[in-house]
Design a protein around this ligand. Structure first.
Ligand code: TYC
Length: 133
């Protein structure tokens, strides 16, 4: 906020302005992981990926197959509250359908997939801007 200061002689004024810069920390991101199981039908997984994570049908199918083959995959990177909501949505759809489909959250360490071997288990680039708040 601009304010006037007296100089030493007291007969002139100096205008000084304090610039306040606000830097916002980037929100921490969390990986949402989808786990394979032997019972959930493939079509159900594809529909869940389309509805909860807004994948196209072909991307959802590709990701479902990735998880089916590899055991686990990252379906998205989100701020905690969004990640938590998505996991709860998947859990509730799975419960209604009486299937054991499991989705979990893990902090993003920025190393690829967090399993320490620095590979890439994402079916895409892992980011979805639509839900980020
Ligand atoms: N393995 C399941 C099957 O063969 C399909 C499946 C894929 C289940 C991905 C869960 O996260 C999953 N019916």
């Amino acid at each position: 906020m601009p304010h006037f200061e007296d100089d030493q002689q007291g007969d002139s004024k100096v205008l000084t302005k304090t610039k306040t810069r606000t830097r916002l920390a980037r929100p921490r991101l969390y990986k949402v992981l989808l786990h394979n199981d032997d019972f959930t039908p493939r079509e159900f997984v594809v529909v869940v990926l389309q509805h909860v994570f807004h994948f196209t049908e072909s991307d959802a199918s590709r990701l479902m197959l990735y998880v089916h083959k590899n055991g686990v995959g990252v379906v998205g990177l989100y701020p905690f509250s969004v990640a938590e909501t998505k996991v709860a949505e998947v859990g509730s759809l799975a419960q209604q359908a009486e299937v054991p489909l499991l989705c979990t959250i893990e902090p993003d360490t920025g190393d690829g997939d967090g399993d320490g071997d620095d590979d890439d288990s994402r079916g895409d680039d892992g980011r979805h801007g639509d839900d980020v708040n």
